[in-house]
Design a protein around this ligand. Structure first.
Ligand code: UDX
Length: 434
C-alpha cells in the first residue's frame, strides 16, 4: 500500500518506519525542512532504540521517503495518517488540535481517488467527526473516510510496541476503510494480533481510557507505597502479591516519584476535561492528576528529610533526569519539579543522565552536568536516583561510598535492596520499603 504519514515526531517517525518495514511504501511529510533534511541523511532527531537502523534500512530499500512537499504524497496515497502533535493547551489542559485541523485542510485540497484518512495522534472524542467535516467543507467532491487508529507506543519500546502490539484498534463504520486498514496491518494479522474494529468515537475514547487507567494504576501503587512506609510493609512485595492476580496484572506496579512523559500528563488532563465538559466527570482521574502532581513535591521533601532536614549549602547528586529510561525525553519528568525545589531550599545540584542532559540544559538552570555517575557523586552530600537507567543498576558501591562526602542514597526507583545498602554502610532511603 502507499502510506503517507503527516508528522515525523515520536509517533509519526516510528509508525512510518514500521509500516515501511511491513513492506508498504511510506512517505513521511513534515513542515520542518531542517528535520526532513536530517532524516533524509539518516540522522534521527529522537533517541529511540533501533529506530536509526530501521529508518536507514527502509530508506535504502526504497520503501521510506521524507519530504516537506505534501502534494504528491497526499495525491497518491491509499492511506494518510495524521500523526502531528496534540499538546496540552497550558492553562486549561485541553488538547491543542490546531495542527490536526491544519493537516485535515491540507489533505482535503490534495486528495484524489478513494482515500482513508487516519487520526493516529491521540485526539479527544469527536475529533474524527470534526476532521470529516473540515474535509467535506473544503472539498465536497472528495471520496474518503476518516478512521481513528490510536497508538499505544511506549517511548524506548516503541518499535516493539508497534510490531508486537497487544491489539490494534480501528474506529470506523466504513467497510471500504476497514478493508484498507486490514491490508495495512496484514503482517500483524498473520501472527493473530487482535484487530478491534469499533466505531470512531469509541476508538478515540479507548486511547484515553487506556492511558488514564495506566496512570491511575501507577498512582495507586505510589499511594500504597506511602502507606507501606507508614506501617512498615514492603511495596514491592505488595505489588507482587496483588500483581499475580491476573485481574490486576504485574505491570505498571513499580512505585516511584510519579509518572511523567509526553502522554500520561497530557492525556489524563484531556480526559478529565472531556469528561467534565460532557457532564460525566471522572473523579478517579481528577484525583490521579492531583495526587501525581503533589507526589513530585513529596519526593523533594523526602530528600530533604533524608539529609537531616535541610539541604542548604549541600551538594545533591542526581542520577537520571529523563521521565523514564531509554529515552531522551524530559517532558514532565519528575526531575523538573524535584531539582528546582531542592535548589530553592539552598542545595547545589549536580546531575548526570545518559541521554537527557542536552534537553535538560534548556529546562533546568544552575545545574552542574557531570560526565558520568561517579563524577556526579564526587564530594556530594547525598545521591538521588530519579530514573532507573540500566547503568545505575550495578554501580560500584564501595567506589560510590568513597566518593560521597556522606554515604546517603535516596533511591526513588527501588533499584537497590535496603539490606544490601545498609550492610555497605549507606544511609539508604527508598520508596515504600522499610
Ligand atoms: C505511555 C503508555 O504506556 C503508552 O501505551 C502510550 O502510548 C504513551 O504513554 P510512555 O509515556 O512512553 O507510554 O511511558 P511508560 O513506560 O508508560 O511510563 C510512563 C510513566 O509512568 C513514566 O514516567 C514511568 O516512569 C512511569 N511508570 C511506569 C512508573 O512510575 N511505574 C511503572 O510501573 C511504570
Amino acid at each position: 500500500m502507499r502510506v503517507t504519514m503527516i508528522g515525523t515526531g515520536y509517533v509519526g517517525l516510528v509508525s512510518g518506519a514500521c509500516f515501511a518495514d511491513f513492506g508498504h511504501t511510506v512517505t513521511c511529510v513534515d513542515k520542518d525542512a531542517g528535520k526532513i533534511a536530517r532524516l533524509q541523511k539518516g540522522d534521527i532527531p529522537i533517541f529511540e532504540p533501533g529506530l536509526d537502523e530501521l529508518v536507514k534500512d527502509n530508506v535504502e530499500q526504497g520503501r521510506l521517503f521524507f519530504t516537506t512537499d505534501p502534494t504528491a504524497a497526499i495525491r497518491d496515497a491509499d492511506a494518510i495518517f495524521i500523526a502531528v502533535g496534540t499538546p496540552s493547551r497550558r492553562g486549561d489542559g485541553h488538547a491543542d488540535l490546531s495542527y490536526v485541523y491544519a493537516a485535515a485542510e491540507e489533505i482535503a485540497g490534495l486528495v484524489s481517488g478513494y482515500t482513508v484518512i487516519v487520526t493516529k495522534s491521540t485526539v479527544p472524542v469527536g475529533t474524527g467527526d470534526e476532521v470529516e467535516a473540515i474535509i467535506k467543507k473544503t472539498n465536497p467532491s472528495a471520496d474518503f473516510a476518516v478512521v481513528s487508529n490510536p497508538e499505544f507506543l511506549r517511548e524506548g519500546a516503541a518499535i516493539n510496541d508497534f510490531k508486537r502490539p497487544d491489539r490494534v484498534v480501528v474506529g470506523t463504520d466504513d467497510e471500504r476503510a476497514r478493508e484498507v486498514m486490514r491490508s495495512l496491518y496484514r503482517p500483524l494479522f498473520l501472527n493473530e494480533t487482535p484487530i478491534v474494529f469499533t466505531e470512531r468515537r469509541t476508538s478515540e475514547l479507548i486511547k484515553y481510557a487506556a492511558n488514564g487507567f495506566l496512570a491511575m494504576k501507577i498512582t495507586f501503587i505510589n499511594e500504597i507505597a506511602d502507606l507501606c512506609e507508614a506501617v512498615g510493609a514492603n511495596v514491592q512485595e505488595v505489588a507482587k502479591g496483588i500483581g499475580l492476580d491476573n485481574r490486576i496484572g504485574r505491570k505498571f506496579l513499580n512505585a516511584g516519584p510519579g509518572y511523567g512523559g509526553s502522554c500520561f500528563p497530557k492525556d489524563t488532563l484531556a480526559l478529565m476535561k472531556t469528561a467534565r465538559d460532557s457532564n460525566a466527570p471522572i473523579e478517579l482521574i481528577e484525583a490521579t492528576v492531583r495526587v501525581n502532581s503533589a507526589r513530585k513535591q513529596k519526593m523533594a521533601q523526602k530528600i530533604i528529610e533524608a539529609v537531616g532536614g535541610s539541604v542548604a549549602g549541600k551538594t545533591i547528586a542526581i542520577l537520571g533526569l529523563t521521565f523514564k529510561p531509554n529515552t531522551d525525553d524530559m517532558r514532565d519528568a519528575p526531575a523538573l519539579d524535584i531539582v528546582p525545589t531542592l535548589q530553592a531550599e539552598g542545595a547545589k545540584v549536580r546531575a548526570f543522565d545518559p541521554e537527557g542532559m542536552a534537553e535538560a540544559k534548556h529546562m533546568l538552570k544552575d545545574v552542574a552536568f557531570a560526565t558520568g555517575p561517579y563524577d556526579c557523586v564526587q564530594n556530594a552530600d547525598a545521591v538521588v536516583i530519579i530514573t532507573e537507567w540500566d547503568q545505575f543498576r550495578a554501580l560500584d558501591l564501595d567506589r560510590m561510598k568513597d566518593a560521597l562526602k556522606t554515604p546517603i542514597v535516596i533511591d526513588l526507583r527501588n533499584i537497590y535492596r535496603p539490606e544490601e545498602m545498609r550492610a555497605k554502610g549507606f544511609n539508604y532511603v527508598s520508596v515504600g520499603r522499610p
